[in-house]
Design a protein around this ligand. Structure first.
Ligand SMILES: Nc1nc2c(ncn2[C@@H]2O[C@H](COP(=O)(O)OP(=O)(O)O)[C@@H](O)[C@H]2O)c(=O)[nH]1
Ligand SMILES: [Mg+2]
Length: 462
C-alpha cells in the first residue's frame, strides 16, 4: 500500500449546482497546503482543531476564487485520523474544480473510499464499521439505515469481539489440557468444554440465521411477486402498493404480458415488487413467454402473493399445473374482496385448495379504504420482521456472512473432535480456525486485495 499519510483530496459533495460544495483534503501537511491559497493565512495555520475559519481562497498567482469556510481537524481528531481541512465554497461546480486544481498541485486525487480506508488503517474504526459507512450512504429504507448506523456505532464489532474472547478462553483451556495431560485439572473436563463450544456454536448460528433472513432482507430488499389468474387484480394491487399507476389495469384479460419491477417501502423495509403476466393455459406465443417468465420469477422471489379473486372460480388444476412447489413461500390473497358474495364464496370455499394450504386467504381490496392493511401486516408477519428497530448485532453484509459460515463449520469440527475424543490438539486447532474467520470480519487480518475490493465500492470523497 502507498504512503498512508500522503495528502489526498476530493470534492465530497455531489456534482452540479448547489448551495455549497465541499472539498476535503486529508494527510500530512494538509493545513499548510490549504494555507498557501488562503487569506488570512496565519489564522488558518494557527487554528485549533474543530474550528471554522472564514477567508478567501486564491490561486497560486494570487487571483481570488471564492470566499470560503475552512473547517480544520487536527490529527488524530478527524474522520481519517490525519490532519483534515474541509473547504466549503459557494456551490458553483467551476469554483470547486478550481479549488481542487490548486490543491492537486500538492496532493493527489483520493480514490473511492480512500478517506474511510485511512480511518481504518489509522484505527479510527474497524472494517465492519467502515463497510457500514458505505451501507449507510446507500441505505434504502429506515430499517437499512438503522442497521447500518448500528454497525457504524460498532455494535456488531463489540459482539464479535466478545465471541472472540470466549473462543480464546475455551482454546486456552484446551491448551492447558494438552500441557498438563498427566494431571487432573479441575479447570478442564470434556463435558465443560463441550458445553462451552456448543454455546459458542449456538451464538454463531443464531447470528448467521438472522443475517441470512432479516439481514439479507434489510440489505437487499424483499422480492415479492404477484401472481394469479388473469384479471385477478395483480396490476391494480401493484399500483396500489406503489401508490401510483405504473401498470396498465384493464378488464381485458392478458394485459400484462411481461413483468414489471418497482421498489416500495413497507414500514421501513424495501420491497421489490413484481407484477406478472396472468397464469392461465394459453396458446398465444407472447403470452406463453410471459407465463414462462412468471414461473422464473416465482422461483426467484422471497414471497409469492397468489391472488384468488373472489369473483372468479378457482381452478385448482391450473394452480397445480402452473405453480407447483411454491406453497411454502406463498400467501394466498382473496383479491377484489369488496365484491364478495358470502353465499357463493366464503373463505371456507378455499378449502378446495385442501392439501395445498391455505387455512385462510387474506382478504384484500384496492377499492375500499384500508383494504390492503391486513395484507401488508401478513407480509411482515410472514418474514417475522419487527416493525420497530431494536438495537442488536445483525449481520447484513455478504462478506461477513461468508466468514461467519466458515466460523460455524470450524466450531462444528471442534465439537466433533471433543465428542470423538480425538485429542484436545484438534479442538484447539479448530478453535484457532474459528477465531481467524471472525477476525477476518473485523479486519484484524486483512490482505490488500480484500481492502481494495471493499473500498472500490465506495464513492469518491467517502
Ligand atoms: N371491485 C374490485 N375490482 C378490482 C379490484 N382490483 C382490480 N379490480 C378490477 O379487476 C380488473 C382487472 O384488474 P387488473 O389489475 O388489470 O388484473 P390483472 O390482470 O390481474 O393484472 C380491472 O377492471 C380492475 O379494475 C378490487 O380490489 N376490487
Ligand atoms: Mg395485469
Amino acid at each position: 500500500m502507498t504512503d498512508i499519510s500522503e495528502p489526498i483530496c476530493a470534492i465530497i459533495t455531489p456534482p452540479g449546482y448547489a448551495a455549497i460544495n465541499v472539498i476535503r483534503i486529508s494527510g500530512k501537511g494538509s493545513i499548510g497546503i490549504v494555507a498557501q491559497y488562503f487569506k488570512p493565512r496565519k489564522k488558518l495555520l494557527n487554528s485549533p482543531s474543530h474550528r471554522v475559519v472564514f477567508g478567501t481562497f486564491h490561486t497560486k498567482e494570487g487571483r481570488a476564487i471564492d470566499q470560503v469556510l475552512c473547517t480544520v481537524f487536527r490529527a488524530p481528531y478527524s474522520y481519517t485520523g490525519e490532519d483534515v481541512v474541509e473547504i466549503s465554497s459557494h456551490g458553483n461546480p467551476q469554483i470547486a474544480s478550481q479549488i481542487l486544481e490548486n490543491l492537486l498541485l500538492d496532493a493527489r486525487m483520493a480514490n473511492p473510499g480512500e478517506f474511510t480506508l485511512r480511518a481504518v488503517l489509522n484505527g479510527k474504526m474497524d472494517l465492519p464499521q467502515a463497510e457500514a459507512v458505505n451501507d449507510l450512504v446507500f441505505a434504502s429504507g429506515a430499517m437499512a439505515e438503522s442497521a447500518a448506523l448500528m454497525q457504524v456505532q460498532g455494535i456488531l464489532s463489540q459482539h464479535l469481539q466478545k465471541l472472540l474472547n470466549d473462543i480464546s478462553d475455551t482454546r486456552l483451556r484446551c491448551e492447558l489440557a494438552i500441557d498438563f495431560a498427566d494431571q487432573d485439572l479441575p479447570l478442564v473436563n470434556p463435558e465443560d468444554l463441550k458445553n462451552r463450544i456448543s454455546n459458542l456454536l449456538k451464538q454463531a448460528e443464531d447470528l448467521y440465521a438472522e443475517g441470512t433472513t432479516q439481514g439479507k432482507y434489510i440489505r437487499e430488499g424483499i422480492k415479492i411477486c404477484l401472481v394469479g389468474p388473469t384479471n385477478s387484480g395483480k396490476s391494480s394491487l401493484f399500483n396500489a402498493l406503489l401508490k401510483y399507476s405504473r401498470a396498465i389495469v384493464n378488464p381485458q384479460p392478458g394485459t400484462t404480458r411481461d413483468y414489471l419491477e418497482e421498489r416500495v417501502n413497507l414500514q421501513g423495509y424495501t420491497i421489490i415488487l413484481y407484477d406478472t403476466a396472468g397464469l392461465r393455459m394459453s396458446s398465444d406465443e407472447i403470452e406463453k413467454e410471459g407465463i414462462e417468465r412468471t414461473r422464473e420469477l416465482m422461483d426467484y422471489a422471497d414471497l409469492i402473493l397468489y391472488l384468488l379473486p373472489v369473483d372468479q372460480e378457482i381452478n385448482q388444476r391450473e394452480i397445480d399445473e402452473l405453480a407447483p412447489d411454491i406453497k411454502n413461500k406463498t400467501l394466498w390473497v382473496a383479491s377484489k374482496y369488496d365484491l364478495i358474495n358470502p353465499d357463493l364464496y366464503t373463505i371456507k370455499n378455499l378449502d378446495i385448495l385442501d392439501g395445498h394450504l391455505p387455512d385462510f386467504a387474506i382478504p384484500a381490496s384496492v377499492y375500499v379504504p384500508n383494504g390492503l392493511e391486513k395484507l401488508q401486516q401478513e407480509i411482515l408477519n410472514h418474514f417475522a420482521l419487527p416493525q420497530k428497530w431494536v438495537d442488536r448485532p445483525l449481520v447484513t453484509n455478504a462478506r461477513h456472512l461468508a466468514a461467519l459460515s466458515r466460523a460455524i463449520s470450524s466450531l462444528q469440527n471442534a465439537l466433533q473432535s471433543i465428542e470423538n475424543q480425538a485429542g484436545y490438539e484438534f479442538t484447539a486447532f479448530d478453535l484457532i480456525a474459528t477465531s481467524q474467520a471472525l477476525e477476518e470480519i473485523l479486519g484484524i487480518v486483512t490482505t490488500e486485495d480484500l481492502l481494495t475490493n471493499i473500498f472500490n465500492n465506495f464513492c469518491i470523497g467517502k
